[in-house]
Design a protein around this ligand. Structure first.
Ligand code: HEC
Ligand code: HEC
Length: 377
């Protein structure tokens, strides 16, 4: 396993990751830890004839902390400071289907907050049941990512929130003006916008709609057993989950899946070691650079046991298959069934608790006399 990581390093992709020093340091650190662990595992295997050595939780935690962080309470954005009023407005907008052409689709249609932020479909159904080509990723913990979407084409959750409303195959509104028209026609919204943006003379804007949704999303964090373990609670992970964490690290998954979201921290080619068949150009469509063909944002693995189907096109139904394909195409290793099961056991410890009051469906302000009727066309 160390060999395939060294090969990847020789292939030069680690140095091609960009100038962010902190991220670079982490990646190098991850590679060192991965190589250290794979040597360790190899020795342990030789000694124990295939049996995993019982691990020392404290040193496992120490290694894990060099590549992961516990989730914060909020992914802070200084350009969009949060307040209870802004979050309250964002929650209502998130659930309101009246900003879709046929008034039946809200953010929660494709990112169900009571289903780990996904819809469980390979690709989502939007306006008139039209489908895009990509799987809907979870909104939970997404605000921590370096950018939004599989190809990173939106800088942050605020920029992202402006997209779906106007996307013809998602919420299909014709223009920002039409969206603002709907908001103005619902009498309860003006005071909510005024409370959320108290310094502004004209608070009811499309940008502010996106900022409110963004402020809500920035607190959609799902801490779980893994965070408790990272913070010092040995008992938070079972022995099998700790062994799975070691396997995840020693296999080299952490070269790409790292940081507080266990992913979302960098872009990587799908099929880095062995080509992977897909027509999706990935980041090439954003940067125009041929070297970015089939490069995607490394997805977060938080709650991954519940966010299938997997991959940018939702083509992989089973988590075990996703893990096996990763070994084969990203690392050049054939993971055994036992190794795959062990990694899956660790990934299950990334299932976090959702604060049910925070995400509860709010009462929507009632429509006014001029609120447009649904348009199914
Ligand atoms: C019709 C289904 C649909 C609706 C409605 C929808 N989304 Fe999405 N969402 C998607 C899909 C599909 C993607 C991935 C698209 C891509 O990467 O090209 C996505 C991506 C995202 C992401 C990026 C997550 C990541 O990990 O990169 C966020 C955040 C998000 N949506 C939030 C929202 C919000 C907020 C709304 C409401 C304003 C919304 N979505 C409405 C389907 C939907
Ligand atoms: C070289 C970088 C890299 C390595 C190493 C890597 N991954 Fe991935 N992983 C990715 C990328 C990129 C994707 C997105 C695939 C796509 O766009 O379809 C992904 C997707 C996944 C998914 C699907 C997530 C989802 O929500 O669709 C899982 C699960 C996963 N990886 C687990 C692993 C495991 C386990 C390992 C180690 C055996 C691993 N990965 C190693 C880059 C990597």
């Amino acid at each position: 396993m160390a060999t395939s990581i060294e090969q990847s390093v020789k292939k030069g992709w680690i140095s091609g990751l960009g100038s962010n020093g902190r991220r670079m340091a982490r990646i190098v650190c991850a590679a060192v830890v991965a190589i250290f662990f794979s040597t360790w595992t190899a020795d342990a295997r030789a000694e124990a004839a295939g049996a995993k050595m019982p691990s020392d939780s404290a040193s496992l935690r120490e290694s894990a902390r060099t590549v992961f962080d516990a989730l914060p309470a909020e992914a802070v954005n200084p350009a969009n400071p949060s307040s209870p009023a802004k979050i309250e407005l964002g929650r209502i907008l998130y659930y309101d289907p009246r900003f879709s052409k046929n008034q039946e689709i809200s953010c929660n249609t494709c990112h169900l907050l009571d289903r780990f932020g996904v819809d469980g479909l390979p690709t989502s159904k939007g306006h008139r049941d039209e489908r895009g080509k990509r799987n809907a990723p979870s909104v939970y913990n997404a605000a921590l990512h370096i950018a939004q979407f599989w190809d990173g084409r939106a800088a942050d959750v605020e920029a992202q929130a402006k997209g779906p409303v106007l996307n013809p195959i998602e919420m299909a509104m014709p223009s920002e003006a039409a969206v603002l028209g709907v908001i103005r026609s619902i009498p309860g919204y003006a005071p909510l916008f005024a409370a959320a943006f108290p310094q502004e003379s004209e608070p009811l804007t499309y940008d502010n709609m996106a900022k409110a949704i963004g402020a809500f999303e920035r607190k959609l964090m799902t801490p779980g057993p893994f965070d408790a373990f990272l913070r010092g609670d040995d008992a938070a992970l079972s022995a099998a989950q700790r062994a799975g964490l070691e396997q995840f690290m020693s296999s080299g998954c952490i070269i790409c899946h790292q940081g507080p979201a266990v992913g979302g921290a960098m872009y990587q080619k799908l099929g880095l070691i062995k080509p992977y068949p897909t027509d999706d150009p990935g980041r090439e469509a954003v940067t125009g650079n041929a070297a970015d063909r089939q490069v995607f944002k490394v997805p977060s693995l938080r709650n991954v046991a519940h966010t299938g189907p997997y991959f940018h096109d939702g083509s992989i139904a089973q988590l075990d298959d996703a893990i096996r394909i990763m070994g084969e195409h990203q690392l050049g290793v054939a993971l055994s069934a036992a190794q795959i099961a062990s990694i899956r056991t660790f990934l299950e410890a990334l299932t976090g608790r959702v604060d049910e009051t925070f995400v509860a469906r709010p009462a929507l302000p009632p429509s006014g006399p001029t609120t447009p009727r649904p348009d199914p066309s």
